[in-house]
Write a protein that binds this ligand. Sequence first.
Ligand code: FES
Ligand code: FES
Length: 79
Amino acid sequence: MEPHIAQKSPYVSNVEAGKDYYWCSCGQSKAQPFCDGSHKGSEFSPVKYHAEETKTVYFCGCKHSAAKPLCDGAHRALA
Ligand code: FES
Ligand code: FES
């Protein structure tokens, strides 16, 4: 099953050192780029991201990145 494309560009997010984040892999969350539980009943589950340092990261919005949960540029090839 293909994930829903939440948006065809990354979500620029500021993450804090030591915190865990749960990236939405299904694309259905209303709290993008993070999981809000909307995947329940599907084959999808969130992907954990542990921030080693406080910085800005680019979470994949199209849900097709091979480097989940971060954007790898794959969104540029989507129709
Ligand atoms: Fe998308 Fe949880 S809502 S993975
Ligand atoms: Fe998904 Fe860039 S937003 S690869």
